[in-house]
Design a protein around this ligand. Structure first.
Ligand code: FE2
Length: 289
């Protein structure tokens, strides 16, 4: 049986002030998928300070052999998601401990910031060019509806940022570009949302509503109150919920601070209905899929 591992990021231990004045300290996000025959798929990886622990986690899955990552998917170019990868590639001792066959990402150049200026994701594309140069890996964009089979584990890309006209009226936060995909193991199906916001989840709900039921849901944007989609949650209807959230973020969500927020109510409902909830700050967790 394959495994889906939610890595417990260092930043998830953040336990300080958490509100719109001090800013929301993102918890970071990283997942490792191990197929039945031991092939590795990585999703994001966490912040720069997660680099060493992520490499160690990958090594622990390979019984002393050098980890060879078949596919490394980056949901979107934010430091709490691809910072660990940047740090690995900028540190020869860490880069030497892994090998990567291919990266999958899409950071659209047509995406605009809040002032309507395009090209704001150029930095991410440049960073990935350098990462591909260091690792010698190839890279490509996912296509919408693409199904990628890695040793019997199927990745199905449901949302890719192929049409920025629907994103460029949403305030310029590049979380909107986050990939959404499912991971189908032999027994269990996982919905991965990265930091997706409601718009792309709503589009996904319209397009795929009959096919969205999953056993496990990775809550979008660290399970915070600014990202949610009730239709999407209803169709996914997961018994197990993964929350890439910090101690402070979780406390804020349960403190009444956001009690009038529709997003807070919707996300707390998903958590309350789940049989099992795994918060990143509780540590790395391995689920059989
Ligand atoms: Fe994030």
């Amino acid at each position: 049986m394959g495994k889906f591992i939610q890595y417990g990021t260092k930043e998830s231990q953040y336990n300080g002030p958490f509100d719109s004045k001090v800013g929301w300290s993102a918890a970071g996000m990283g997942d490792v998928i191990v197929t039945e025959n031991g092939k590795l798929i990585v999703v994001d990886g966490g912040c720069r300070n997660d680099a060493e622990a992520l490499v160690s986690l990958l090594e622990a899955q390979c019984e002393g052999k050098k980890p060879e990552i078949d596919t490394w998917i980056i949901t979107h170019p934010h430091g709490d998601h691809y910072g660990a990868l940047q740090q690995i590639c900028g540190t020869p001792e860490l880069a030497d401990r892994i090998s990567v066959k291919s990266f999958i990402y899409w950071f659209p150049m047509e995406f605009c910031n809040k002032d309507g200026v395009s090209g704001v994701l150029e930095y991410g594309n440049k960073d990935m060019e350098e990462i591909c140069r260091v690792t010698g890996a190839d890279s490509r964009r996912p296509a919408r509806d693409e199904k990628l089979n890695v040793d019997g584990t199927e990745i199905h890309f449901l949302y890719v940022p192929d049409d920025c006209s629907v994103l460029n009226t949403a305030g310029g936060n590049s979380n909107h570009c986050s990939l959404i995909f499912t991971v189908q193991g032999k027994d269990k199906k996982v919905m991965v949302t990265g930091d997706a916001y409601g718009r792309s989840m709503q589009i996904t709900a319209w397009r795929y509503h009959r096919a969205l039921k999953c056993d496990i849901l990775q809550m979008p944007h660290h399970a915070l109150c600014d990202s949610y989609c009730v239709d999407f949650y209803r169709y996914v209807n997961a018994e197990t919920v993964l929350m890439p959230i910090s101690i402070a973020g979780y406390r804020a969500m349960h403190s009444g601070m956001y009690e009038k927020s529709e997003g807070c109510i919707a996300n707390l409902c998903v958590e309350a209905r789940a049989d099992k909830v795994y918060k990143a700050f509780d540590g790395t967790v391995e689920l059989c899929i």
